[in-house]
Design a protein around this ligand. Structure first.
Ligand SMILES: Nc1nonc1C(=O)N1CCN(Cc2ccccn2)CC1
Length: 246
């Protein structure tokens, strides 16, 4: 799986590719990643990548020629690639989409716009998909591309330590992850729940399921619309109810 990021600020994205789990995934050749500077394809007199909008109005629009050329250059090195535009108008990116992308056989070309956006003719003729990371407006698409690549690359087989941890992620099966504890066992007078030190894996699993249910109820009850209570969760809720009623 290859990620090519088209951007006016390749250094931003190259820094992202040079740290932590992402850097290790690239070093171990689990994924390929590169940046293309859109400005390298601005062959007009002033090397300009943007211009004033037809019809007037404020702001600037990214010109079509450099983007067309950069996209075609990026696609040259891939037999089957998907061109994704980062934009507030895009489909909302979420964990389900990350899982789909991580299992895709396609390569990805991310187009990071700046200014007010890109010329519509590029969108109509080159872009396969438009993605948004949230309903807010940033100064450019680079952070959105990095957020998406981060969430996707960690799901590529072999990138995480044990693949199991990807399974247990928050939002996996529409539940938040259970609480985490590590050494020391007592910190600032607060101790770790005894069950986690018991070595009783059945009880530990039960506790974790209960912790995940509690947190999802409190922080993201909307997730139950996507996946209603399981029978095990109903049993936990009944137990809580009886404990509270006593
Ligand atoms: N929210 C987001 N989730 O993805 N990207 C964003 C985001 O806010 N931005 C700001 C505007 N940029 C410029 C732009 C505007 C329209 C079409 C193409 N490019 C892109 C990235």
């Amino acid at each position: 799986m290859k990620f090519t990021v088209l951007t006016l600020f390749p250094e931003m994205v190259d820094a992202f590719f040079s740290h932590g789990m992402i850097a290790r995934a690239i070093e171990n050749e689990l994924v390929k990643a590169s940046t293309v500077n859109i400005r390298d394809f601005a062959f007009n007199r002033h090397n300009s990548v943007d211009d004033r909008p037809y019809g007037g109005g404020c702001g600037m629009v990214m010109r079509p020629e450099p983007l067309f050329a950069a996209i075609h250059e990026a696609k040259r090195f891939s037999s089957d690639s998907r061109v994704i535009l980062m934009s507030p108008q895009g489909a909302p990116f979420d964990q389900a989409r990350a899982v789909d992308m991580a299992s895709s056989s396609q390569d990805f070309v991310f187009v990071c716009g700046r200014y007010e956006g890109i010329d519509e003719r590029v969108f109509l003729s080159c872009v396969d998909e438009e993605l948004s990371i949230g309903d807010y407006v940033m100064t450019g698409g680079e952070l959105a591309a990095m957020v998406i690549m981060d969430a996707v690359i960690r799901l590529v087989p072999g990138v995480l330590g044990g693949d199991a941890s990807a399974e247990l992620d928050s939002f996996r099966n529409n539940r938040l992850e259970h609480a985490h504890y590590t050494r020391p066992s007592v910190y600032n007078g607060m101790s770790v729940p005894d069950v986690l030190l018991s070595g009783n894996h059945e009880k530990i699993e039960k506790w974790r399921q209960s912790s995940s249910l509690k947190r999802t109820l409190l922080k993201r009850p909307d997730l139950f619309d996507k996946r209603p209570f399981s029978s095990e969760e109903k049993d936990i809720l009944k137990k809580w109810y009886h404990e509270m009623e006593q």
